[in-house]
Design a protein around this ligand. Sequence first.
Ligand SMILES: NC(=O)c1ccc[n+]([C@@H]2O[C@H](COP(=O)([O-])OP(=O)(O)OC[C@H]3O[C@@H](n4cnc5c(N)ncnc54)[C@H](O)[C@@H]3O)[C@@H](O)[C@H]2O)c1
Length: 258
Amino acid sequence: MPLTAYDLTGRTALITGAASGIGRATALLLAEAGASVHCADLDAKGAEQTSADIRDHGGRAQPRALDVSDRAQVAAAVAESVRADGRLDIMANIAGIMHRSTVLDTSDADLDRVLAVNFKGVLYGCQEAARAMIAQGSGGSIVTMTSGAIDTGAPELLCYGAAKAAVYQLTKTLATEVGRHGIRVNAVAPGWIRTPMTDRHIGDGQEAAARTMAQCSPLGRVGEPQDIAHAVLHLASDASAFTTGQLLRPNGGVQMPW
Ligand SMILES: NC(=O)c1ccc[n+]([C@@H]2O[C@H](COP(=O)([O-])OP(=O)(O)OC[C@H]3O[C@@H](n4cnc5c(N)ncnc54)[C@H](O)[C@@H]3O)[C@@H](O)[C@H]2O)c1
């Protein structure tokens, strides 16, 4: 496979969750590969920072304030990206939240919020991007972010794991429906990645958790956001032209050891 398969020059990408962690690393990498990147996030300042960092390195980027749980906002973000660049080739649905509660303590409000961001937010992104790509008529690549949490029972991760399992189902189903338009849909299921999300939820135990995860991996280290960004680049680019409906597991060879 020639390296030009990873060249995204002339392509436009909309990336949610681009202010932080995996989304930010993905925005930087796709811009480095040549894409015009629309950096969307609830954290408008963070999205602006990612865009500014891309432009400082000679790339093309625009920030977008976006709450993915609001269908109208997602539709507007897709429309604005298409209006700005005349096209949309890549949609990376990376925004997400973590929530911890035991099954017995899970409230309707907990479940509604996590599903609204982690599942409905991805559904809206997939629907709006697929509609734009079908209208455009030149195919495209949609990437979703699920999690190794879909493979295991994990204490206190019911809402999160359920939403991520639903995202995997969405990915497979959509892939069967839009393949005839040349649109590919694939999911990434990271293992434990050191990001602000894991920092917030593990807190003071972050270093101990990192050591445990590193010991569980045949590679002897924990994951970094760039590891996942490269998986997204692969799925977004022509390097994966015959890949759709699939789940890529960049997890250092280890499932989450609960
Ligand atoms: N870090 C991990 O170990 C890990 C593992 C598996 C999957 N993931 C998934 O990867 C994705 C990125 O996670 P991360 O670790 O980089 O987290 P992060 O907290 O560093 O980044 C998440 C980003 O999503 C944004 N966001 C949250 N709610 C939003 C909303 N309603 N609308 C728009 N943006 C919103 C946040 O502002 C933030 O910038 C998430 O979907 C997460 O579930 C992470």
